[in-house]
Every structure is written in C-alpha cells, then in structure tokens.
Design a protein around this ligand. Structure first.
Ligand SMILES: NC(=O)c1ccc[n+]([C@@H]2O[C@H](COP(=O)([O-])OP(=O)(O)OC[C@H]3O[C@@H](n4cnc5c(N)ncnc54)[C@H](OP(=O)(O)O)[C@@H]3O)[C@@H](O)[C@H]2O)c1
Length: 245
C-alpha cells in the first residue's frame, strides 16, 4: 500500500488533514502519517510548536507538509474546501482538535462552547469530506475516560461520548465510500491545567501501570488507516484505565 502511494506521488501525493496537528498528540499523528508515506495538512488555530516548524523545514518531507490556520468555531467545513486547493489528493481526516475546559451541565453555555469544537466541528468536517472527497477514511479522537460522571469535566465528557456515537452513526451513513473509526486515548500527555506530578501519579490507577504510551497510540492510528475492512470501531489506547472507571 505504501509503494502504491509513492507511485501515486508522480501525480499528487495522498494526504491526511489533521486538525490541531501542530503540537502534542496531533503532531504525533502527523509524523506517523508522513512515515507511512502520506503528505500531511496540518491545521492549527494559534501557533505551531518548534517540532512542527522543524517538520516544515525537513528536507525528507519536502513538499509533503502543508499548514492551514483556522478557528474551528466558525465554518469548520471550510477547512476541507481549503485543503482541496492544495496540490495533494485528500484521503484521510483526523478530527483531533479539541477543547478541554472545566464545566458541567449547570453551565449550558460552557456545554455549547465545548460541543461546538469537540462534536459539531468534527461532524461538519466529516460531512464535507464525505461530500467532496468521496473515497477515504476518517479517524475521530475521543477519550477513553468518559463513561463515569465527573462534576468538573462533565461537559467535555459528554462532547466525547457524542463523538463516539457519531463515529458509529457516520460509519453506517458514509459506507461504503468512507470508513469512520475512532481512537480513544487514555492518559497520554498532561493537559495545560495539570502538573506533571499529578499526571505521573495516574499510573497507579492504570492496570498497565504507566502513562503516555505514544507509540501504541500511533500504532492504533496506522492499524485503522491500513485495515480496509474495519469501520465504526473505537480503539481504546489507555492501558486498561477504562476498566477501573
Ligand atoms: N492529552 C491526552 O492525554 C489525551 C487524553 C485523552 C484524549 N485526548 C484527546 O486527544 C486529542 C489531542 O489531545 P491533546 O492533549 O494533544 O489536545 P489539546 O492540546 O488539548 O488540543 C489540540 C488542539 O486543538 C486545537 N483547538 C482547540 N480549540 C480550537 C478551535 N476553536 N479551533 C481550532 N483548533 C482548536 C488547539 O489548537 P491551538 O493550540 O493552535 O490553539 C490544540 O493545539 C484531543 O481530541 C483530546 O481530547 C487527549
């Protein structure tokens, strides 16, 4: 499959659009996609990380890394139209961008804000992808730790539960032309609001007793990309954390 992609590059390289791809987990997916022979379209809202800028300058990936800056709060689906103007053949979409802020159902404004980025924007992007791309795959990034009620992050959890359900529903709706799957990460990287010490202390709650296994995360990504008979699946990559919830 990789060889076919390189042969295809004599025409336009196949590309993956990764929302929030300029740092953290999004950048891990971008690197993996490049290693797999794809071009990447890295969407970001505010800034690129240093590692991301390095990718842009890397001779190994010359003409394979593109950037689009956009706030997904407004007209998210426009990002697909912009991607289609680039000299690539769009084949994959990773709905990775997400907002992680405190809030529960006593604060419907917060719920609306979070749903807009974590749920509605992925729906809009996927629908536009289905309409215009017509052949390919979508991977939604959800969260493994969302089933238990949580007063502080209730709205975030609800947004990701919806996204998981939407993965199933869109897989059914968009078949056979587009596969839709999800990856539900566990404790991969501390959020900005979390200290490293708190994050490391989570390993005692995790059956496989460690946090941050990024290579398992990108292996799950590669599995979903390369396995054409799988759709509507959610892979938890969390060391079994959800089992203790
Ligand atoms: N980190 C973990 O351990 C963990 C655990 C479970 C699930 N996840 C899920 O995995 C994914 C990646 O996690 P992460 O920790 O790397 O994510 P993150 O740093 O919280 O956010 C990813 C990106 O989303 C973008 N974003 C937020 N609001 C946006 C908006 N209105 N418009 C456009 N972009 C926006 C941000 O872009 P800018 O920086 O450019 O503003 C940010 O870089 C997320 O979906 C998250 O829910 C992560």
């Amino acid at each position: 499959m990789q060889l076919e992609r390189f042969i295809g590059m004599a025409r336009k390289p196949e590309a993956v659009l990764i929302t929030g791809g300029a740092k953290r987990l999004g950048l891990q997916f971008a690197r993996k996609a490049l290693e797999m022979g794809y071009a990447v379209i890295i969407h970001y809202r505010s800034t690129c990380s240093k590692e991301c800028l390095k990718l842009l300058k890397s001779a190994a990936y010359k003409d394979l890394v593109y950037f689009i800056k956009q706030d997904l709060e407004f007209s998210a689906d426009n990002l697909i139209d912009k991607s289609l103007e680039l000299p690539v053949t769009l084949r994959g979409l990773v709905n990775n961008a997400s907002t992680f802020s405190k809030g529960n159902l006593k604060n419907p404004d917060n719920l609306e804000e979070i749903l807009n980025i974590n749920t509605i924007a992925p729906i809009r992007l996927a629908t536009r992808f289905y309409e215009l791309v017509r052949k390919g795959w979508i991977i939604n990034i959800t969260d493994a730790n969302i089933k238990r009620p949580n007063i502080n992050f209730q709205n975030y959890r609800i947004s990701k539960l919806f996204l998981e359900e939407i993965t199933h529903q869109q897989a059914f709706l968009f078949a056979p032309s587009i596969r839709v799957n999800a990856i539900a990460p566990g404790a991969m990287l501390p959020a900005d609001s979390e200290s490293r010490q708190y994050f490391n202390s989570l390993s005692v709650k995790i059956p496989l007793a460690r946090t941050g296994d990024l290579s398992s995360l990108t292996d799950a990504f590669a599995f979903l990309v390369n396995t054409p008979y799988v759709t509507g699946e959610v892979i938890k990559v969390d060391g079994g954390w959800n089992l203790t919830a």
